[in-house]
Design a protein around this ligand. Structure first.
Ligand code: PLP
Length: 285
């Protein structure tokens, strides 16, 4: 066989996928297993979401949509971030993607490349570092520690900064640790980013699964201090049990969203109208 592309050697196989495969094998051989691999909500897609999906198909809403997503959905996402976090974003600052994964990946392709380093905190969701590598940059890890509840510390991020650093990725709530970034630490991380001229990417995909009354408003803190260097990535997957529907978004400066849109245009154009309703209805108290 002729050789595969070099980039296929650069990325590691998905450990989450390996766990899922092992669980499947064990279950088939009769072993009762609780699967902590893929992050699936423990409730089904809500009825009103399923109904909206059926209605969209019945109305033949099954064709290409604009690459950055339909306007109504982008508006619904802006409305949700205004309600939840008090931040104002325009439609030109939002792209709808095939899940949070594509939001993060298109952001990665838009912000860094060969020779760049991107800092994230460890333990981490394995896709984050693989996406950094796939976009030709090098992941640099700032460790968090069990005895501190895996708190994300600005100091350890600062220690990881080099002249090649291009961006910092914060995942809060964090998969796998469950840690939420403290607002004071995020302010300090924002100061580092401003001083060193870095991007901050926040993976908020678990934002609706916070059970403690802890202040957690990364969008507002970053909007105050460094809106022009912040990209927020979110997803309907975990919040509304829509993991298989593939609906996510990135919110950030219009030029970044325009670049991410160009990338998406090349790869896919899907965006669900029914998701508009999901986001609106799920936001109701
Ligand atoms: C931390 C984190 N971010 C993003 C995602 C992406 O989720 P999706 O692409 O299903 O929206 C996941 C999925 O497991 C995740 O764990």
């Amino acid at each position: 066989m002729a050789k595969l592309a070099e980039r296929t050697q650069r990325i590691s196989g998905s450990s989450t996928q390996a766990v899922t495969t092992m669980v499947d094998r064990l279950r088939r051989s009769g072993v009762p297993v609780i699967d902590f691999g893929a992050g699936e909500p423990d409730f089904p897609t809500p009825e009103h979401v399923k109904a909206a999906g059926r209605e969209a198909i019945d109305q033949n809403f099954t064709r290409y949509t604009p690459a950055p997503g339909i306007v109504e959905l982008k508006r619904a996402i802006c409305d949700r971030y205004r309600t939840d976090y008090g931040v104002e974003y325009k439609e030109s600052e939002v792209i709808v993607t095939a899940g949070g994964k594509q939001a993060l990946y298109n952001t990665a392709l838009s912000l860094w490349g060969p020779g760049d380093e991107v800092i994230t905190h460890a333990p981490y969701w394995p896709t984050l570092t693989e996406q950094i590598k796939l976009a030709d940059a090098t992941p640099v890890l700032a460790r968090t520690h069990a005895e501190e509840g895996f708190a994300i510390r600005a100091q350890s991020i600062l220690e990881a900064v080099t002249p090649r650093t291009r961006a910092i990725i914060v995942n809060s709530p964090c998969n796998p640790t469950g840690a939420l970034v403290a607002e004071s630490e995020l302010r300090a991380i924002a100061e580092i980013a401003a001083r060193q001229d870095l991007w901050i990417v926040v993976d908020l995909c678990y934002e609706k699964l916070i059970y403690d009354p802890v202040p957690h408003n990364p969008p507002a803190i970053l909007a105050e201090t460094c809106r022009d260097r912040t990209v927020l990535c979110g997803s309907a997957s975990k919040a509304y049990a829509m993991t298989g529907w593939r609906c996510g978004w990135a919110i950030g400066p219009a030029p970044v969203i325009a670049a991410a849109t160009e990338m998406k245009w090349v790869v896919t154009r899907a965006a669900l109208r029914s998701a508009v309703r999901n986001v609106r209805l799920a936001n109701r108290p």
